[in-house]
Design a binder for this molecule. Structure first.
Ligand code: NAD
Length: 353
């Protein structure tokens, strides 16, 4: 049984991770999250009263609060999901990405290190700091090749540059201060509770709302897609079995162009919930001006995690998408409430400039 401190657990992946941990383990969790526009704690209604779960609202940039929560909770591990995570938003307003993803991570590392040094020798052997990162730190690939753990960093957007910086800080804290860190870099996630500004939920919601389905450029950019529960399982395994100081790439073995992703969603929706007007949802597809600095292709070589940790993705793209579409159809209250909130609505979709 572990005591975990999860940062950013009110977000999409952290939230799925916590719900899974509480279902599948006896681990106890403190979820430390500031609740930005992307944070949502309604997903934890089903676990209300669970003695193994506690929520604390706070900012990873607030040193005093971070220090206090770590020393009060006495975690065996910190799993750091908290971040500003949307590339488009980072283009519009990079400074919050620098603050949260770089400064926030450095404060968390400093406070975790103080705590680590004060632990008994036995507890120190168990302690881990697991940093959740992205494949976007590596920049873009051409038509051939895949990223692996030794690929040089070459980030393109303010988001990926801020995540790259945080990865470097985490490694530096291991080499300089001996903090027992682990880093995972994962590809594009999709699944339940993803904020409806990201491609897959946005497409599902716009399709059934009879709105255009915007695609950047010609839709030729390629991403590797992973169902969120596969990512969460990989993180749990790395936490238990990962070698200190190591990085593990996590991917879904599923490269698709954006156009293929949107067309697949349309075809599945045509079967699951046919458009009342009798047309295919594909007819709603519309191409919009490309995003600046849009990386062409990401692809993941996941042999290291497969060989060392015995993890590989379980969900095919079709299975994962079917689950996701059903979830968004059955949970319209969740996303409708988000859509009604007063925040920067223009980012609830890809806008034509
Ligand atoms: P998300 O935007 O859904 O959630 C981020 C959470 O962090 C939110 O709950 C937010 O309130 C919280 N947060 C933001 N600033 C904070 C602060 N200053 N203090 C405390 N909490 C704060 O993000 P996500 O999609 O769940 O991504 C989680 C992590 O996984 C991120 O680090 C992201 O870079 C990484 N990642 C995401 C993907 C993906 O496809 N979504 C892929 C690879 C890696």
């Amino acid at each position: 049984m572990l005591k975990l401190m999860i940062t950013g657990g009110a977000g999409f992946i952290g939230g799925n991770f916590i719900l899974r941990q509480l279902q599948q383990t006896d681990n106890s969790i403190v979820n430390f999250d500031i609740l930005t526009y992307a944070g949502d704690i309604s997903k934890f209604k089903s676990i209300e009263g669970n003695k193994n779960y506690k929520f604390v609202r706070g900012d990873i940039c607030d040193r005093e609060v971070v220090g206090k929560i770590i020393s009060d909770w006495q975690p065996d591990a910190i799993v750091h999901f908290a971040a500003e995570s949307h590339v488009d938003r980072s283009i519009d307003g990079p400074s919050v990405f620098i603050r949260t993803n770089i400064v926030g991570t450095s404060i968390l590392l400093e406070e975790a290190t103080k705590y680590f040094y004060a632990l008994s020798k036995q507890k120190r052997q168990c302690f881990r700091f697991l940093h959740i990162s992205t494949d976007e730190v590596f920049g873009q690939l051409g038509k051939e090749g895949k990223f692996n753990e030794t690929t040089p960093y070459n980030p393109s957007s303010p988001y990926s540059a801020s995540k790259a910086s945080s990865d470097h800080l985490v490694r530096a804290w291991h080499r300089t201060y001996g903090l027992p860190v682990l880093i995972t870099n994962c590809s594009n996630n999709y699944g339940p509770y993803q904020f409806p500004e990201k491609l897959i939920p946005l497409t599902i919601i716009n399709a059934i709302s009879n709105k255009p389905l915007p695609i950047y450029g010609k839709g030729e950019n390629i991403r590797d897609w992973i169902y969120v529960s596969d990512h969460c399982e990989a993180v749990s395994k790395v936490l238990l079995k990962g070698r200190i100081g190591e990085t593990y790439l996590i991917g879904g073995n599923c490269e698709r162009t954006n156009l293929e992703v949107v067309k697949t969603i349309c075809s599945l929706l045509d079967g699951i919930r046919p458009n009342p007007n009798g047309k295919s949802y594909r007819e709603q597809i519309t191409f919009v001006q490309d995003r600046p600095g849009h990386d062409f292709r990401y692809a993941m070589d996941i042999s290291k995690i497969k060989e060392e940790i015995a993890w590989e993705p379980k969900y095919s793209f079709t299975e994962g998408l079917k689950e996701t579409i059903s979830w968004y159809l059955e949970n319209q209250d969740w996303w409708a409430e988000i859509q009604q909130k007063k925040y920067r609505q223009e980012r609830l979709g890809i806008i034509e400039k």
